[in-house]
Design a protein around this ligand. Structure first.
Ligand code: F6R
Length: 369
C-alpha cells in the first residue's frame, strides 16, 4: 500500500502534483472564474464580511499564515491568523460580520474544533477547509471546502499542506470575485498560474536528488535555521517544524528581517541556514534585502542553503548549496518552495535512523485539547 515507496511520507510527497490538481478540479471554469459550490455562505453574506480570522494548528496554521497574505492582497479584507489553542482563551473580538476559516486535515483536532465552536457562539460564520469527508469540523461549520489530497497516513503533513494552500488561494480569489475588489488582470493571471502549478510541483520533485544528498551530509548537526520573508516566512516555519518532528533536531524558522534583532547571534561556524528567497518578480525590494541577509550570515560562517527561483543569479555567489525552484507569482511560491523542505526533513530523519511515518510522541490527529 506504500506503492513501492519505503515510507508513506515519500509516497505522499510524490502524490502532491495530483493532490494539488485534484483540489483545483472543477473549481475553475473555462472562462477563468471560480465556482465553489460547497461554500454555503451566500455571496451577499460574503460581501458583508469585514474581517477574516483563520484558526488552525501546526502545519495547517502555517497554511493560514500564507493565506493571510493572499486574502489581504486580493480582497483588502483584514485577516488575522491565530493558533486555535490560543484563540478562545483571549476573548477574541468577533461578530456576525467576521468570517472564521478553520483549517484542518483531520477535521478532528480538538483545539480547532473548540475555536470554531467559540466563533459560532459569537455569531460568526465558519468556513472549514478540511481533507476528511464528514469529520466533525466540517459538520459543525457553515460551509466547507474540501481539499482533495486523499488519505494522508504519515503523521507529518505534506500533501495536505499543499492542498490547504490551494484551498486558501481559492477562497481568497473567490472572496475577491464576489466582492469585486481588486478583481482585475492580476487575479485572472493568478488563476491561470494556479491551474498550471501542479506541473511545477512535479518539476520540483524531479530535481530532489541533490537535496537528499545534502541532507545526508547534515545528519550529525544539532541545529538547522530557516529564514524567509513575506510568504517565505511561513514556509521557513514549516521547514523547521518538519525537521523538528521528523529529525528531532533543533530547528527554528525566522523572518529574515528579524535577523538583526536577535537571531543573528545564533550564527556560528558551519551552522546550516536554509534561506527561502522571494520571487524576484514583483517584490524585488524584498528579494534584494534577503540577498544581503544571505551575505551577512555567510560572512559570519553560516553554511547557506539557498532556495531560489530558476534564473535568479544574484544569489549564486553566496549560496553554499543552491536549490532551484520554478519561477511563480510571489504569492504562489510556497507551493513549490515547501517541497524541497519536506524532502530535506524526510531524508535527514532517515539518515538519523528515525521512524519517518510515526515520529516519536506524535499522533496523526490530536483529539484532546
Ligand atoms: C505537522 C502536523 C501537525 C498538524 C496539526 C493539525 O506535520 O501534521 O502539526 O498539522 O496537528 O492537524 P489537523 O490539520 O488535522 O487539524
Amino acid at each position: 500500500e506504500k506503492g513501492g515507496y519505503d515510507y508513506f511520507m515519500l509516497k505522499e510527497i510524490a502524490e502532491q502534483p495530483k493532490a494539488v490538481a485534484d483540489t483545483l478540479l472543477g473549481r475553475i471554469d473555462p472562462s477563468g472564474s471560480l465556482t465553489l459550490d460547497e461554500v454555503r455562505i451566500s455571496p451577499s453574506e460574503l460581501r458583508e464580511v469585514d474581517k477574516v480570522v483563520i484558526v488552525a494548528c501546526g502545519t495547517a496554521f502555517h497554511a493560514g499564515l500564507i493565506a493571510k497574505y493572499a486574502i489581504e492582497h486580493w480582497t483588502r479584507i483584514p485577516c488575522e491568523v491565530e493558533l486555535a489553542s490560543e484563540f478562545r482563551y483571549r476573548d477574541p473580538i468577533l461578530d456576525s460580520r467576521s468570517l472564521v476559516i478553520a483549517i484542518s486535515q483531520s477535521g478532528e483536532t480538538m483545539d480547532t474544533l473548540m475555536a470554531l465552536r467559540h466563533a459560532r457562539e459569537q455569531g460568526s460564520k465558519v468556513l472549514a477547509i478540511c481533507n476528511t469527508n464528514g469529520s466533525t469540523i466540517p459538520r459543525e461549520s457553515d460551509a466547507v471546502l474540501y481539499t482533495h489530497a486523499g488519505p494522508e497516513v504519515a503523521v507529518a503533513s505534506t500533501k495536505c499542506f499543499l492542498t490547504q494552500l490551494v484551498a486558501c488561494y481559492l477562497v481568497a480569489l473567490y472572496l475577491g470575485q464576489v466582492r469585486g475588489t481588486k478583481w482585475g488582470d492580476e487575479i485572472q493571471a493568478v488563476i491561470k498560474d494556479l491551474s498550471r502549478i501542479s506541473e511545477e510541483v512535479e518539476r520540483v520533485l524531479e530535481t530532489m536528488e541533490p537535496v537528499r544528498a545534502l541532507a545526508r551530509t547534515l545528519a550529525s548537526k544539532d541545529t538547522v535555521l530557516f529564514l524567509g520573508r513575506h510568504v517565505g516566512y511561513p514556509v521557513a516555519l514549516e521547514g523547521a517544524l518538519k525537521l523538528k518532528e521528523l529529525a528531532y533536531m533543533h530547528a527554528e524558522g525566522f523572518a529574515a528581517g528579524e535577523l538583526k534583532h536577535g537571531p543573528i547571534a545564533l550564527i556560528e561556524e558551519d551552522v546550516p541556514v536554509v534561506v527561502v528567497v522571494p520571487s524576484s518578480r514583483g517584490r524585488s525590494v524584498l528579494h534584494d534585502k534577503i540577498v544581503s541577509n544571505i551575505q551577512e550570515i555567510r560572512a559570519r560562517g553560516a553554511r547557506t542553503i539557498v532556495i531560489a527561483e530558476e534564473g535568479d543569479e544574484a544569489v549564486v555567489p553566496y549560496a553554499d548549496h543552491l536549490i532551484r525552484i520554478p519561477a511563480t507569482p510571489t504569492l504562489l511560491q510556497p507551493l513549490v518552495a515547501t517541497v524541497p523542505l519536506q524532502v530535506f526533513a524526510c531524508e535527514l530523519a532517515t539518515a538519523r535512523g528515525n521512524e519517518v511515518d510515526q515520529p516519536r510522541n506524535l499522533a496523526k490527529s490530536v483529539t484532546v485539547e
